[in-house]
Design a protein around this ligand. Structure first.
Ligand code: SF4
Length: 98
C-alpha cells in the first residue's frame, strides 16, 4: 500500500506563490496564482499562471526557491475546504463614495 510522502512541497505554502487578478472583461476579473520566483514556465519559456481554484494541486518534490510561510498542515487542509470548486469571475469593487 502506498503512503503519502510528508516531505512534499506545496506551492500554496510558499512565500513566492502570489494571488493576482487577471482581467475578465466588463470590469470583472479572475483570480490566478503565479510564482514570483519565476519557476512556473511554459515550454516556450513564458511565465505560466494557474487558476486559483487549482492552487492546492501545485506541489513539487523539491524547489531551491521554496520559502515556507510557516503555516502548518492545517493551512493546506483549510485551503482545500475553502477554495472555489471552479474558476470564478469577480466584480471589481466600486470606489467608496466620499
Ligand atoms: S518558489 Fe518553488 S515552491 Fe515556491 S511557489 Fe515557486 S515553484 Fe512553488
Amino acid at each position: 500500500m502506498a503512503t503519502e510522502r510528508c516531505t512534499r512541497i506545496y506551492c500554496a505554502n510558499c512565500i513566492h506563490c502570489k494571488l493576482v487578478p487577471s482581467p475578465a472583461g466588463s470590469g470583472r476579473y479572475y483570480l490566478r496564482v503565479r510564482c514570483d520566483a519565476g519557476k512556473w514556465l511554459k515550454k516556450t519559456g513564458g511565465e505560466k499562471i494557474y487558476k486559483y481554484c487549482t492552487v492546492s494541486q501545485r506541489s513539487l518534490d523539491t524547489c531551491d526557491s521554496y520559502e515556507d510561510m510557516g503555516d502548518g498542515p492545517e493551512f493546506l487542509k483549510d485551503l482545500r475546504l475553502t477554495l472555489p470548486a471552479v474558476d470564478e469571475v469577480y466584480d471589481i469593487p466600486e470606489p467608496a463614495a466620499r
